[in-house]
Design a protein around this ligand. Structure first.
Ligand SMILES: [Zn+2]
Length: 344
């Protein structure tokens, strides 16, 4: 099956200046995919702009016009860490539309699985608030879109960005059709994502938070994938899997305190791909969230594509973590989360 990627130069026009979330992230990814000749193994998916109707599956109409107006007026800071430029609204509607396009290509069977290489990222954006570098919640919008358009009943979102996807969690907190599973450093920005946040009403149990201590590396993440994510995903039995792929748990990333390597990300992706193959005919859509060390980011995305393509040789130019932090034991944490979610 073909592996697709979404990309468009419009994403570079969300001009954040010297901000850590800037256009050089996508430039580094694309040039690495070109230099390593991996790009030619992939199928390009042209993104479209999300319509206001589609954005409003998640966001209040007033908030959508607020972002549009703020960009039109020349941009500026929306909160202490989220900045926009005149073209940011355009880039953001193509970012949301890009994840929709990837989802459509997968659902329509044109390609096997896809990665939407978009920015601005999305998982912190709530129905009426931009935060954490995010304007519109790309993954949440595509999820809602897929529920409606394809009349799906169960979608799994796996979020391995080092930050908790508070916006995604909030969107689906009372929606039993979406299982949201997040691994994240905790306590940390944005402050949400404790074990006891498990969903509300009929959706109790369909939010699975895995709040990790600093210093977790490949071994700890794999333990979590094997002992929590895999059984939770199998029990839910999704018809489609979306992934908020943030590469800021990499040891070289300066925004956080984790110790994952490129090979570690590849192993996580392998587990996710196996789940998709086993549970939902391989229907799998990745979308880019964080990841701020350009070498680590580009190599990790290439490794992700290599796994999706079935290539077995994973290049890791940065190698294993120099272990700046002690490795924590997460055995009792895993036990507590498994108990909270009745995973056996
Ligand atoms: Zn992040």
């Amino acid at each position: 099956m073909k592996v697709g990627f979404v990309y468009d130069p419009i994403y570079l026009k969300h001009d954040t200046g010297q901000h850590v979330e800037n256009a050089s992230r996508l430039e580094a990814i694309i040039s690495h995919l070109e230099q390593t000749q991996l790009k030619q193994q992939l199928t390009h998916i042209q993104p479209r702009a999300a319509t206001v109707e589609e954005l409003s599956l998640v966001h209040h109409k007033q908030y959508i016009s607020h972002i549009q107006d703020a960009a039109q007026r020349g941009g500026g800071w929306l909160d202490t860490d989220t900045v926009i430029s005149p073209n940011s609204y355009q880039a953001a509607i193509y970012a949301a539309g890009g994840v929709i396009s990837a989802t459509e290509a997968v659902m329509d069977g044109e390609i096997g699985c896809a990665f939407a290489l978009v920015r601005p990222p999305g998982h912190h954006a709530t129905s009426q608030r931009a935060m954490g570098f995010c304007l519109f919640n790309n993954v949440a919008i595509a999820t809602k879109y897929a529920l409606v358009k394809y009349k799906l009943e169960r979608i799994l979102i796996i979020d391995f960005d080092v930050h908790h996807g508070n916006g995604t969690q909030a969107t689906f907190y009372d929606n039993p059709q979406v299982l949201y599973i997040s691994t994240h450093l905790y306590p940390f920005y944005p402050g949400t994502g404790g074990i006891d946040e498990t969903g509300a009403g009929k959706a109790k149990g369909t939010t699975v938070n895995i709040p990790l201590p600093a210093g977790c590396g490949d071994a700890e993440y794999l333990q979590v994938f094997d002992q929590i994510i895999t059984p939770a995903a199998k029990r839910f039995n999704p018809q489609l899997i979306l992934v908020s792929a943030g590469y800021d748990p990499h040891w070289a990333d300066e925004l956080a305190l984790m110790q994952v390597s490129v090979v570690g990300f590849a192993q996580m992706v392998k587990i996710i791909k196996r789940l998709a193959d086993e549970l939902c005919s391989g229907r799998l859509v990745f979308t880019l969230e964080g990841g701020y060390n350009l070498t680590a980011l580009a190599a990790s995305i290439k490794a992700t594509f290599d796994v999706l393509l079935g290539n077995t040789n994973i290049e890791d130019p940065l190698g294993q973590s120099p272990r700046r932090f002690a490795t924590p034991s997460i055995t009792s944490l895993i036990k507590a989360i498994r108990a909270a979610h009745n995973l056996s």
